[in-house]
Design a protein around this ligand. Structure first.
Ligand SMILES: Cc1ncc(COP(=O)(O)O)c(C=O)c1O
Length: 457
């Protein structure tokens, strides 16, 4: 038990952090705690009063920016009316209104919304939906799920089984059976050794067809993929990829789940990433930008034909869910958040500001250790390499990208390391100003320069 829960001095709080809080994905040994205390717009302040541009939007989440009174008010008003009521065979007003609002933005007959509390739970739910879908249709053998190298879908056992990052898988083996790993559409490091635009025949998409044929279409029911790989290193797919994958899946009666946890609600410059990457999913997973993280919230969006397969008797109903699905406060936060996105035209803003960010970051290519800069809208990755020609990475033990990140942090810019520790990721709130983008770019420029000098470039 904490002796001093009411720790006031920074030191006591830091001691309690190290002694009692066990955060995700964190090596506590040797950790130097930084405690974030407050935030406004695109800036977050730590408990020592240092300000940082939140260039990763609290894990690509706080799209509308920090400190939105309107969202606090909506949560507060709902709290005073009905703080909690579940939605098992019943409903509450904010969850209905939120589902209807999300449905107005999802194109085509993506009309049905299953509410969750986050991205991993959405993926868990969507995969279970896909499996029950095939059972309900009398094709229960189609339980196999394809996923890709470098994918990240969260940390539930299903998401872990569909993980393309071995560092997040290996410790938890054995994982669930029935998951088939494919290569990633990662043109900078094509696993087929091809060059996009030259000898590329879209082997990455064709592999979907090969694997379905290998395992048998009677056994493969689902293709799960982030519309744009995020945590694996910010990897936008080539434009042919998703149209080809969807065509192959349709021809083989395979459901497509696009994980839109990062790209949903505008980050790629359209309401959903699949709209610009030419995908045609049967199910989509959502979180992050749905509430901008003001309260935990996620969702699965489903097309009519998926929803319809669950109509019938009690045996056909989707037999999965959790106490807090459709939580009134989280739903109220999501509604207020989406109203801001609509009113302030933040998706359009993201589309407009995107090229400004991408062009700014592209100037970093002048550095000998910057191998690739890629992205779309307000999400970008800067991949560091030891050698530009060979594209060889630095040895992980050198921690080169971590040093750049730390230099940037000491200069007041928060970016995150992804892609196995070789990619600096930038994904700011949509309300970030051009001046703040300039600062992010110039701080990264300076930080890369400092580390290059240390390395003797
Ligand atoms: C594409 C994608 N899917 C799922 C998740 C998991 O979301 P959560 O952390 O809310 O469980 C993430 C988290 O970053 C993600 O990027």
């Amino acid at each position: 038990m904490a002796d001093d829960v009411q720790a006031d001095a920074g030191g006591a709080l830091q001691d309690d952090f190290l002694g009692h809080l066990w955060p995700p994905f964190t090596q506590m040994q040797g950790l130097k705690p930084v405690i974030m205390e407050r935030a406004e717009g695109a800036v977050v302040y730590d408990s020592d009063g240092n300000a940082y541009i939140d260039a990763f939007a609290s894990l690509w989440t706080v799209n509308v920016g920090h400190g939105r009174q309107e969202i606090y008010d909506a949560i507060n008003a709902q709290m005073q009316k009905l703080a909690i009521y579940h939605i098992f065979q019943i409903a509450n007003e904010p969850s209905i209104r939120l589902a209807a609002k999300v449905a107005t933005h999802m194109p085509g007959d993506l009309d049905h919304v299953f509410l969750t509390l986050g991205g991993g739970e959405s993926v868990e739910t969507a995969v279970k939906m896909a499996r029950q879908y095939w059972r309900n249709k009398g094709q229960g053998t189609k339980y196999m799920v394809m996923f890709r190298d470098r994918s990240y879908h969260g940390t539930t056992m299903t998401s872990t089984s569909a993980q393309g990052l071995s560092v997040n898988r290996a410790r938890f083996e054995p994982l669930l059976p029935g998951f088939i790993k494919l290569g990633a559409p990662y043109c900078y490091r094509c696993m087929w050794g091809k060059v996009y635009g030259e000898d590329c025949k879209m082997e990455c998409a064709r592999q979907v067809e090969q694997e379905i044929a290998f395992y048998g279409p009677e056994n493969v029911g689902t293709m799960l993929g982030e519309t744009m790989i995020g945590t694996g290193g910010v990897i936008p797919p080539p434009p042919e990829y998703w149209p080809m994958v969807c065509e192959i899946c349709k021809a083989n009666d395979v459901l497509v789940i696009n994980d839109e946890v990062i790209t949903g609600f505008g980050r790629a410059g359209t309401w959903f990433g699949f709209e610009q990457f030419g995908s045609d999913p049967d199910l989509i997973t959502l979180a992050k930008g749905l509430s901008s993280g003001y309260l935990p919230l996620g969702a699965v969006g489903a097309r009519d034909h998926v929803f319809d397969a669950f109509l019938g008797g009690p045996g056909e109903a989707f037999m999965s869910g959790a106490t807090y699905n459709g939580h009134p406060l989280c739903s109220a936060a999501g509604l207020a958040n989406l109203e801001i996105v609509e009113r302030e035209k933040l998706v359009e803003r993201c589309a407009e500001l995107g090229p400004y960010l991408q062009d700014g970051l592209a100037t970093l290519l002048k550095h000998p250790i910057v191998g690739d800069v890629r992205g779309v809208g307000l999400v970008a990755g800067v991949e560091l390499v030891k050698d530009k020609d060979s594209r060889e990475w630095f040895a992980p033990a050198q921690g080169v990208a971590a040093k750049v990140r730390d230099e940037a942090f000491s200069r007041g810019v928060f970016v995150r390391l992804l892609g196995g520790g070789h990619v600096l990721a930038v994904a700011p709130p949509f309300i970030i100003s051009k001046e703040q983008i300039d600062t992010v770019v110039s701080v990264l420029d300076e930080s890369i320069g400092v580390v290059e000098k240390q390395l003797g470039y």
